[in-house]
Ligand binder design. Structure first.
Ligand SMILES: [Zn+2]
Length: 428
């Protein structure tokens, strides 16, 4: 894991948040390559789950919501951990994570366990009093439930249909950790898929499989991915069934995504608290239905970290270690790098820059002439760039460039005017 964290920083995937001020604990900033990686993950998710389907629409709800939302959802009452404080070193711990002894200093002088709500509080408007208290949402899902009627109205979707959303959520975890795996601010990709109650088991099973396959389709190794159905004792009281998709991180098997059959709990609760009837009218059978909902809920940051870990390879090439991130073509932050073999030959640099300008409108590519070719290749391998194009002396005569494949390191000569077509075939 240390190797990956160090690569992330060295190559601009992930930085410590507020680093020049000594850092703010548990905050991380995505650098240029990390930003592209995350964006590609979200694009792939949106394409698979929204644009590529006839039964799904998107939503982008506000982070701040009416406080009653969280009463209805149960978060005000129940979204909490039991915490204990060490009187000696002042650290706070989750009561279920320690056994009567502070893991930091070993002291047994601990406070009684206290209930600690995990929602971030803030105030709406200039007056900081209880009447203006609002929360940063701890999940994106509730934005979907409170918009259920709006979306049924405007989308005219028939059951079964889904609403998808990507956005930031906040949980004031007592013990976050493992770089971006557990952070207090994080990004979710959530679907609420509304179905007839009698069909909920079928669609639950469908979504478990569909979401599991999505990670495989994006190149994740099957041996590092597993499904773990929750046993009865683990289920939330309203949930009919739940499964986690777990990834084998260097720190152990950990959850990437949960898929739950939540029954009609959320719509019923919001009907009760809002006084609005959240139901669906079937125009064929003339019956009113409160749909059940299947919720696939994944983390963007966790997915990004898992794809990074999964793509990491060290290979021996001519007695040297080659570090390479073998991202799939969809996820690779950069698809191609244009590299002039000799930067002191103006004609070569000019041709390389022209190729770069021609290509960058079609897909993510970079131009780099700041080192010798061997070093340029190594840099691109470390960020997972799929292809390197080298412009050399011969290119000036035959109007061809060398294209090197990241994974095989095989090279072929491609005519400059065929490059767009070449990449069209390779990338789609
Ligand atoms: Zn202590």
């Amino acid at each position: 894991m240390e190797k990956i964290v160090s690569l992330c920083k060295r190559r601009g995937f992930i930085f410590q948040g507020s680093e020049i001020y000594g850092g703010l604990a548990n905050t991380w900033d995505y650098g240029p390559y990390g930003t592209e990686l995350k964006r590609n993950i979200k694009e792939a998710w949106w394409q698979a789950n929204v644009r590529g389907r006839a039964d799904m629409v998107g939503l982008d709800a506000a982070i701040l919501m009416h406080p009653k939302v969280w009463e209805a959802s149960g978060h005000t009452q129940n979204f909490s951990d039991l915490s204990v404080d060490c009187r000696n070193c002042k650290k706070r711990w989750r009561a279920d994570h320690i056994q009567g002894k502070c893991p930091e200093c070993g002291s047994q002088d601990l406070t009684e366990a206290r209930i600690f709500n995990l929602m971030y509080k803030t105030y709406q408007g200039p007056v900081e009093d209880a009447a203006n208290l609002v929360y940063l949402r701890p999940e994106t899902a509730q934005g979907i439930f409170v918009n259920f009627l709006n979306i049924v109205d405007v989308s005219r979707k028939k059951l079964p249909f889904g609403i998808a959303q990507i956005g930031k959520s906040f949980r004031n975890e007592i013990t976050p950790g493992n770089i971006t795996f557990r952070t207090r601010e994080f990004e979710q990709m959530e679907i609420e898929y509304f179905v007839r109650p009698e069909e909920s088991k079928k669609y639950y099973e469908y979504w478990v499989q569909e979401r599991y396959d999505w990670y495989l389709r994006l190149g994740m190794k099957k041996e590092n991915l597993r499904l773990r159905p929750h046993d009865q004792g683990e289920l939330a009281h309203y949930a009919k069934a739940c499964s986690d998709i777990e990834y084998q991180f260097p720190f152990g098997w950990s959850e990437l995504e949960g898929i739950a059959n939540r029954g009609d709990f959320d719509l019923v609760q919001h009907s009760k608290f809002s006084g609005k009837e959240l139901s669906y009218f079937d125009t064929n059978t003339k019956e009113k239905i409160v749909p059940y909902v299947i919720e696939p809920s994944g983390g963007v940051d966790r997915a990004a970290l898992a794809f990074l870990v999964d793509a990491y390879y060290e290979e021996k090439v001519k007695d040297e270690t080659r570090v390479v991130l073998k991202f799939s073509k969809e996820l690779a932050p950069t698809k191609a790098a244009v590299l002039p073999l000799l930067k002191n030959r103006p004609e070569i640099v000019e041709l390389a820059k022209k190729i770069y300008q021609d290509l960058r409108g079609s897909f993510a590519c970079v131009y780099d002439d700041t080192a010798a070719i061997g070093k340029l290749y190594r840099r691109q391998d470390e960020v997972g760039t799929l292809f390197c194009l080298t412009v050399d002396v011969q290119s000036l005569e035959d109007k061809q460039v060398t294209v090197r494949d990241r994974d095989t390191m095989l090279q072929e000569r491609i005519s400059v005017d065929k490059l767009k077509e070449y990449f069209n075939n390779k990338l789609h």
